[in-house]
Design a protein around this ligand. Structure first.
Ligand SMILES: NC(=O)c1ccc[n+]([C@@H]2O[C@H](COP(=O)([O-])OP(=O)(O)OC[C@H]3O[C@@H](n4cnc5c(N)ncnc54)[C@H](OP(=O)(O)O)[C@@H]3O)[C@@H](O)[C@H]2O)c1
Length: 318
């Protein structure tokens, strides 16, 4: 569970360099990445530079939305007063200095700061999992395992804009939510195990990793793709986390035409702009579960760590 030593502190207001913006943060959002980081799990993360005994980087958070207060002298794309959203380390703060060419774009006027702050990691992951790694085509059958969480709620909506036939997997209390996001079929995992069913899927996006790879393989079409996004709680990460499963997926892909593999999201400006356009047109709408104040951040991370958020958990910053 999240360290009780997590605390708010006063630090120097950051100063943007020539290529950066100074953004006054109005809202941020929490991702499983934040609790992985605080917990130092899987342990291999510690050896890979996160810090052996405690995190080296002491400022948490990535996703934010806010108002540009100042720009570096090389920045022409943004100006003071612009409302923006994006990703930058240390986003649980009053100010961040993102690179103007990085994962940041103008906030559509129809989105609140809270909605915009929920997008960066979950939205980009969903977009890249469905559109790029899954290469979902109109009419293809796509199953999203974990359709009601941060990534899943974006993935269902994005897949519908690409014309897929979408099946969302979630628990009983989230069936209505996933249906309302546009899923054509919803499977309640407390009542039905899709890996034992007769349906075959062209693409599976897996946010949960609660079945073996051979079970997923069984319900893929002969040329189907399995996209491993995440899964596992803090106490299930072990030393290597999902690394053994990733290697196993690579090995299984060598036999037959099915593709199985892990994906790592790469936040970038082009995809943030694509997401902004989808939200501006009303085709994708962020789903917010709970909103916490910055002072209640440990509580927000603890809640997300339980693994049953409905959409995104957002932090408001005064
Ligand atoms: N590879 C990458 O680049 C990348 C990027 C972002 C996130 N991730 C990973 O992807 C995973 C999902 O992230 P997230 O932000 O969506 O997390 P999240 O918001 O915490 O997702 C939790 C969701 O998982 C669902 N769930 C739990 N057990 C389930 C089960 N047995 N079957 C189906 N759904 C189940 C829950 O639904 P119920 O309440 O209905 O159970 C809940 O809605 C995490 O492991 C995260 O670390 C990876």
């Amino acid at each position: 569970m999240v360290s009780p030593s997590l605390k708010l502190a006063d630090i120097e207001k950051p100063v943007p360099n020539d290529d950066q913006l100074l953004v006054r943060v109005r809202a941020a959002s929490v991702n499983p990445l934040d609790w992985h980081y605080v917990e130092g799990t899987p342990y291999v993360m510690r050896a890979m530079g996160v810090g052996l005994r405690r995190p080296k980087e002491t400022q948490l958070g990535v996703d934010y939305a806010g108002t540009v207060e100042a720009v570096g002298k090389n920045v022409t794309q943004f100006k003071p007063g612009d409302e923006v959203f994006g990703g930058r380390d240390g986003a649980f703060a009053q100010y961040v200095c993102p690179r103007a060419a990085g994962s940041v774009t103008l906030k559509p006027a129809n989105l609140t700061f809270e909605q915009a702050a929920s997008v960066n990691i979950a939205g980009i992951t969903a977009l890249q999992a469905v559109r790029d790694k899954g290469n979902v085509q109109p009419g293809q059958k796509l199953l999203i395992n974990g359709a009601s969480g941060g990534v899943g709620t974006f993935a269902v909506q994005i897949a519908k804009t690409l014309g897929a036939d979408v099946t969302g997997v979630c628990s009983t209390r989230n069936v209505d939510l996933v249906q309302s996001l546009g899923a054509d079929h919803v499977i309640d995992y407390t009542k039905e195990d899709f890996t034992k069913g007769a349906e075959r899927y062209d693409v599976i996006v897996d946010n949960v990793a609660n079945h073996s790879l051979s079970e997923f393989k069984r319900v893929l079409t002969p040329k189907g793709k399995y996209v491993m996004v995440g899964g596992g709680g803090a106490d299930e990460q072990g030393v290597f986390g999902k690394m053994p499963r990733t290697l196993q997926a690579k090995l299984l892909s060598k036999f037959g035409d099915q593709e199985m593999g892990w994906m790592l999201a790469h936040p970038n400006q082009k995809d943030m702009t694509t997401l902004a356009d989808l939200m501006q047109s009303g085709k994708v709408k962020p789903v917010i579960d709970r909103t916490y104040k910055l002072s209640d951040l440990p509580e927000a991370i603890r809640y997300l760590e339980e693994g049953h958020a409905r959409g995104k958990v957002v932090i408001t910053v005064d």
